[in-house]
Each structure stands twice: as structure tokens, then as C-alpha cells.
Design a binder for this molecule. Structure first.
Ligand SMILES: Nc1ncnc2c1ncn2[C@@H]1O[C@H](COP(=O)(O)OP(=O)(O)O)[C@@H](O)[C@H]1O
Ligand SMILES: NC(=O)OP(=O)(O)O
Length: 316
């Protein structure tokens, strides 16, 4: 185990850290949320960790796609992979600005850099014919079904929170820019990368890459990135303090330290919802299986969770 302060922590920021489901997607709302998130991230840097940040983009990429489609009679629309790249740049800009400012307030002089990151996926991933990744804003069932008919969208219910448009979400196979990210960490920089799961690309037979229309899950890509950059700890930040068993029921119980064996039992019992906690557990489990430590915790308790005083810690 490396001494504390030399450890690399990869933090995956949940959608709520950028935009809460009931908020309007204005720049100001999103920047205010990002500023709050960065106050907590800055504490990790102050505590001496090397920090790499990744984040979701579901609401933002959906909005950008819609802007493109609605304005297609006046401006040529961009494909979904380009919308992903746009959302990566937009969110990374907010974080780069907010995190730099928070560090400056703490008297810390650090470079915060963002990388336009591509994630390789398989051309024949079954997800391409089974769209299930929710993007954009929430609708009522009636509105969603009407939009689906009018605009030829695929729509689905999102984890009990309302209806949303869904797009293909293939599995991440390789984070193309991972070596450059390692170089930046080694140089002492804070890196924002792989936002929105990374821009989905497929590798052609001649070794070149081509963009594909999809949105990759940021927790799954976060796990892949943590593995490729050899992070020590993979932290998934969300809006609940712990992972729970019997979540929302009278006998709900917070999990603090969970072994892989114990976790497998809970997964088999169906304790984690497919559209929300499920992907986080899958990513955390995978990283722990490779020997790392995964933590799922609340954004405002990230520093405590790294001290083992909050959150759910999963390890071998
Ligand atoms: N077993 C569970 N333990 C804790 N939270 C759970 C569980 N099952 C479902 N959830 C839900 O998962 C949500 C977090 O997932 P999600 O909203 O997708 O996160 P984010 O947008 O932060 O990535 C929590 O707000 C909670 O309602
Ligand atoms: N790409 C992605 O997983 O985004 P959300 O976390 O916002 O759904």
C-alpha cells in the first residue's frame, strides 16, 4: 500500500453533482452545483491525494442533441458522438474553472487540465440494438410516448423518476487517452477526463478510430479508467451516504465495509436497482475484483469516506 498522500484517487461524479432532476438546465444552475462539488473535491487535493475526476453527462448530452435536432432546418445537426464531445468540453470547462478557483482559495497552486477522451467500444456490442441509457430531461409517461411517436425516439421509464429518451450504451473496452492521463498525473496535475463515459469510438481494421452514436455509462468507464491508470481508490460520488440493503424499506441497513463475497450475495438477492445503484455496484465490484478499493458515498462526505468514516467501502 502506498503512503497516504501518494495515492491516486479516481472520482466519478454523479449526475446530481451537476444538475438535480427537478432543476432547469441553465448554465447558472449547473455551474453553482459544480462549484459546490468542487469545494469537496478540493479537500481531497488538500489532503494530499492525486486526483482524477470523471463525470456523467446524461442531462447535458440529451439537451445538446435536442438543440441540434430542433435547429436542423437552420444549422446542420451534429451526430451523438459529437454531442458527447461537446458535453465533455462544457462540463470540463465548468469543473476546471471551479476546481482551480477552490484550490486558489485554499492557497494551493495546482494545474487543473481536461482531456477530450475517447472510449473504444465494440462495433457489434448488443447495446446498439437495445437502447437503454437515459439522456436529457424527464417527461411524464404521456409526454414521452407522444414525443416517441412524433420524433421517432425510444423512451423508457428511468428508475422510478419519470420517463426519458434512451440511447445505446455499449460497454467500454479501452480508454484511448489513458497513457496521456498517467503522464499528467505523474507531472502533478489534476486531470478531468473521460466525461460522459468518454466519446464512443470503434477501432477499424487498419487501426484507425471512428465515432459511433451512443452514450457510455460513466461508472463503467470510470472503472475501466481506474484500472488503466492504476488508481489506488475508485470513488463513486452520489446523493446517498451509503449503499443500503432493503433500500427504502423499514429494515433498510447501511453497508459500511463489504467484502466481494458478501456483495455477490446481495447482488443475487436483487438489492440494487438496474437504473441507479446497479451500475455503480457493478463498476465498484469489478475494480475491487482487480485488487483495488472502491468507495460509494455522498459527495459532501468524500473526504470522510477516504478516512473510512463514511460511505460504503468494497474490497477483496
Ligand atoms: N440499494 C440502494 N442503496 C442506495 N441507493 C440506492 C439503492 N438502490 C437504488 N438507490 C438509488 O440510487 C440513487 C443513486 O443513483 P443515481 O441517481 O443514478 O446516481 P447519480 O445520478 O448520482 O449517478 C440514489 O439516490 C438512490 O435513490
Ligand atoms: N454518461 C453517463 O453515465 O451520464 P449520467 O451519469 O449523467 O447518466
Amino acid at each position: 500500500m502506498k503512503e497516504l498522500g501518494k495515492q491516486t484517487v479516481l472520482v466519478a461524479l454523479g449526475g446530481n453533482a451537476i444538475l438535480q432532476p427537478k432543476q432547469e438546465a441553465t448554465f447558472q444552475n449547473q455551474y453553482e452545483n459544480v462549484k459546490t462539488s468542487c469545494e469537496f473535491l478540493a479537500k481531497l487535493v488538500k489532503n494530499g491525494y492525486n486526483l482524477v475526476v470523471t463525470h456523467g453527462n446524461g442531462p447535458q448530452v440529451g439537451t445538446i442533441l435536442r438543440q441540434n435536432e430542433e435547429a436542423s432546418h437552420v444549422v446542420p445537426p451534429m451526430p451523438l458522438d459529437v454531442c458527447s464531445a461537446e458535453s465533455q468540453g462544457f462540463i470540463a470547462y465548468m469543473m476546471q474553472q471551479a476546481l482551480y478557483n477552490e484550490l486558489t482559495k485554499l492557497g494551493l497552486k495546482k494545474n487543473v487540465v481536461s482531456i477530450v477522451t475517447r472510449t473504444e467500444v465494440a462495433k457489434n456490442d448488443p447495446a446498439f440494438s437495445n437502447p437503454d441509457k437515459p439522456i436529457g430531461v424527464f417527461y411524464s409517461e404521456e409526454e414521452a410516448k407522444k414525443l416517441s411517436e412524433e420524433k421517432n425516439w425510444v423512451v423508457a421509464e428511468d428508475a422510478g423518476r419519470g420517463w426519458r429518451r434512451v440511447v445505446p450504451s455499449p460497454a467500454p473496452l479501452n480508454i484511448v487517452e489513458s497513457e496521456s492521463i498517467v503522464d499528467l498525473i505523474d507531472a502533478g496535475h489534476i486531470v478531468i477526463s473521460c466525461g460522459g463515459g468518454g466519446i464512443p469510438v470503434v477501432k477499424k481494421e487498419d487501426g484507425t478510430y471512428e465515432g459511433v452514436e451512443a452514450v457510455i455509462d460513466k461508472d463503467r468507464s470510470g472503472c475501466k479508467l481506474a484500472e488503466q491508470i492504476k488508481a489506488d481508490i475508485f470513488v463513486i460520488l452520489t446523493d446517498v451516504e451509503n449503499v443500503y440493503v432493503n433500500y427504502g424499506k423499514e429494515n433498510q441497513k447501511a453497508l459500511t465495509h463489504v467484502s466481494l463475497e458478501e456483495l455477490e450475495g446481495y447482488i443475487a438477492e436483487g438489492q440494487f436497482s438496474a437504473g441507479s445503484m446497479g451500475p455503480k455496484i457493478e463498476a465498484a465490484q469489478k475494480f475491487a475484483q482487480q485488487g483495488g478499493t472502491s468507495i460509494i458515498c455522498a459527495l459532501n462526505k468524500a473526504d470522510l469516506a477516504l478516512e473510512g468514516k463514511s460511505g460504503t467501502r468494497i474490497s477483496k
